[in-house]
Ligand binder design. Structure first.
Ligand SMILES: *Cc1c(COP(=O)(O)O)cnc(C)c1O
Length: 234
């Protein structure tokens, strides 16, 4: 167990260093990029070990798994991010239980989150997930439908829209994802004008492509494999 803890701490430190380098090369401050450690399919003990090494933000994809881990780790002071595909019928388990939901991609889902958050008397921070590369990207709302969904979210008191998220298809060459990240930033800038509000967050970049994502302005990167190693099958 001690070995695993040390391994995770070292890997996370390496990622932090690479992130900081990428930020400085882009003329940005390392502290402006939050590392979300994606712990899906890895045990709660890994989260605990990494939290003890100072990691504060963790990303989970599956509602039941995330809830089980939250229960087991209730004594930890960490932020859980919901980053996976979410059906609106499960929104009631998510609203109010995660620091940020990255994967909002429909009006139905945003309404369900709003309703549950409102009934709890909380405001759920959300990002809208955008599909930029079209067919090749399974999840996310199209760029055409984004402005309307953003308007809807802005009108709901139970949610607070704080930015956008995207997940490019896998490329062997990470720089091929860069235009997709640049496009997300551009969409964010356009939305800020349209809505007359700041949307500070861009959640983009994973193990294979976080360097170009940081160059294009990512404020959150979601990194799993490079920290935890290969995931066991679900
Ligand atoms: C699994 C997952 C990640 C992490 O991917 P890695 O390649 O392991 O870093 C990031 N974002 C989302 C939405 C994911 O589902």
């Amino acid at each position: 167990m001690q070995d695993r803890k040390q391994e995770l701490a070292e890997r996370a430190a390496e990622v932090r260093e690479a992130l900081a380098d990428a930020a400085r090369e882009a003329g940005r401050k390392p502290e402006d990029v939050t590392l979300v450690a994606v712990s899906k399919l890895h045990p709660a003990s890994d989260i605990r070990a990494l939290a003890e090494a100072g990691q504060t933000d963790f990303g989970e994809n599956y509602v039941q798994e995330a809830m089980d881990k939250q229960e087991e780790l209730a004594d930890l002071d960490v932020n859980f991010h919901f980053i996976g595909g979410l059906q609106s019928n499960k929104a009631k388990f998510v609203a109010g239980n995660f620091a940020l939901v990255h994967s909002v991609d429909s009006a139905k889902l945003v309404r369900a989150l709003h309703k549950k958050a409102e009934s709890l008397g909380v405001v759920q921070d959300i990002l809208i997930q955008v599909s930029i590369a079209g067919e090749a990207q399974k999840s996310g709302i199209t760029t055409e439908l984004l402005p309307q969904l953003a308007e809807e979210a802005m009108g709901m008191s139970g949610v607070r829209l704080v930015g956008l998220m995207t997940m490019p298809p896998f490329f062997d060459e990470p720089d091929r994802a860069r235009p997709i990240f640049a496009r997300l930033r551009q969409l964010r800038d356009e939305l800020e004008k349209q809505l007359g509000t700041k949307l500070p967050h861009l959640s983009m970049g994973m193990t294979g492509d976080f360097v170009p994502a940081v160059r294009e302005g990512a404020t959150m990167v979601r990194i799993g494999t490079r920290i935890f190693g290969a995931r066991p099958p679900k």
